[in-house]
Ligand binder design. Structure first.
Ligand code: SAM
Ligand code: SF4
Length: 363
């Protein structure tokens, strides 16, 4: 992995590395005509679950606390993103974002930014039942809760923790708190999970949650991902159709990662119920990607699978006056966005897995 500190003002040689064709103003764009609108912010690399497709059983070597961006630093970066770089949606993630104690403070600050971005979060739901009201009061608009199965034993085997009840309680609390959309993210780690996935859709339909099933990607810390054994979008749809009738969704997909279907005969809040599949591996949607990522230690990534990063932390801690600091962040970011590859390359013969696993990037 190459880390570059582009834009750090006291490093003129790095500054010169910014190509002449990188835009100096305006939103975050790349050379393939895509514009970044959606920023995923990892607020911690730590987690209280150990999902097999993400983390090793013993966890990882966590970032030292001094390397993790403070709430103040996060607010600074997000302010530049929203005010100067055209970002419209902020998704908080991790690791497990609910492990950040002052998450509500961060959300409230982001909600007060002029241009009020949409604020979303991806979480494993542990502890959500105690915080859902405060998160909504702070300004959280949407939530995705990761839940791969409603089978207690299987849940414990996948996450290596017996916490299914807490996740279910967290989901219910999110809905009660008035979260605009409550989605369930599921990864099917094994082909046996195909027999259980209709029960998961049943559960979501019964409670008014929108299910999104994600193809497993080569981002596990153990490097065990294997194309020949991964569960594909086609297999997922076939499994769902054994119990449900799925109809084409007339709503345009736009830059959404999920392809969606209407579930015939079901409604959620008076609207047709939908189920989505995110086929990142078998049907990549890189051409419509509008996402950028900020890791918990301040690295900008233009793709989950990027093999270079731009380190904002030295810029943030350089002691520059506010206006120069903001300009340096924006310059660094435009260069990082411009260098985004046309596609993630997972299906190329020379593909190699990034050294940071999913939990350390921010999913
Ligand atoms: N801990 C939170 C959670 O689980 O929702 C947020 C971070 S987690 C990395 C974000 C999302 O990435 C989760 O929905 C999780 O299921 C998904 N994920 C993790 N590892 C993955 C992998 N190897 N392939 C596809 N999705 C993965
Ligand atoms: Fe933790 Fe989320 Fe990774 Fe599971 S997917 S180990 S909950 S970061």
């Amino acid at each position: 992995m190459t880390t570059v500190a582009l834009g750090f003002p006291s490093a003129p040689s790095a500054r010169q590395a910014i190509a002449d064709d990188v835009p100096r103003t305006g939103p975050l764009r790349d050379r393939y005509g895509r514009t970044v609108r959606d920023l995923r912010v990892s607020v911690t690399d730590r987690c209280n679950l150990r999902c097999t497709y993400c983390m090793p059983a013993d966890g990882l070597d966590w970032l030292p606390p001094q390397s993790v961006l403070t709430t103040r630093e996060l607010i600074r970066v997000i302010t530049v993103a929203v005010r100067d770089l055209g970002i419209e949606t902020i998704r908080l993630t991790g690791g497990e974002p609910l492990l950040k104690r002052d998450l509500e403070e961060l959300i409230a600050a982001v909600a007060q930014l002029p241009g009020r971005p949409e604020i979303a979060m991806t979480t494993n739901g542990l502890g959500l039942k105690h915080r859902a009201d405060a998160l909504v009061a702070a300004g959280l608009d949407r939530i995705n809760v990761s839940l791969d199965t409603v089978d207690r034993e299987r849940f414990a085997a996948i996450t290596r923790r017996d916490r299914l009840d807490d996740v279910i309680a967290g989901l219910a609390a999110a809905r009660r708190a008035g979260m605009r959309t409550v989605k369930v993210n599921a990864v099917l780690a094994d082909h046996d999970d195909l027999t259980r996935v209709p029960d998961l859709l049943d559960f979501c339909l019964e409670h008014g949650y929108q299910l999104r099933i994600i193809e497993q990607m080569p981002l596990d810390a153990d490097h065990r991902w294997d194309r020949s054994s991964m569960v594909t979008a086609d297999e997922i749809l076939t499994a769902l159709r054994r119990r449900f009738t799925l109809l084409p969704d007339p709503r345009p997909r736009g830059s959404a990662p999920a392809a969606t279907w209407l579930v015939d005969g079901y409604e959620v809040d008076g609207n047709p119920a939908r189920v989505g599949v995110i086929a990142s591996v078998t049907r990549p949607f890189c051409g419509d990607c509008d996402r950028a990522r900020l890791t918990a230690d301040g690295a900008l990534r233009n793709c989950l699978f990027a093999d270079t990063e731009a380190d904002l932390r030295p810029v943030l801690r350089s002691g520059l006056p506010d206006d120069e600091l903001d300009a340096a962040i924006a310059e660094c970011w435009r260069a990082n966005a411009w260098g985004k590859a046309a596609g993630h390359g997972v299906n190329d013969p020379e593909f190699h897995q990034p050294s940071r696993p999913m939990s350390a990037i921010g999913g």
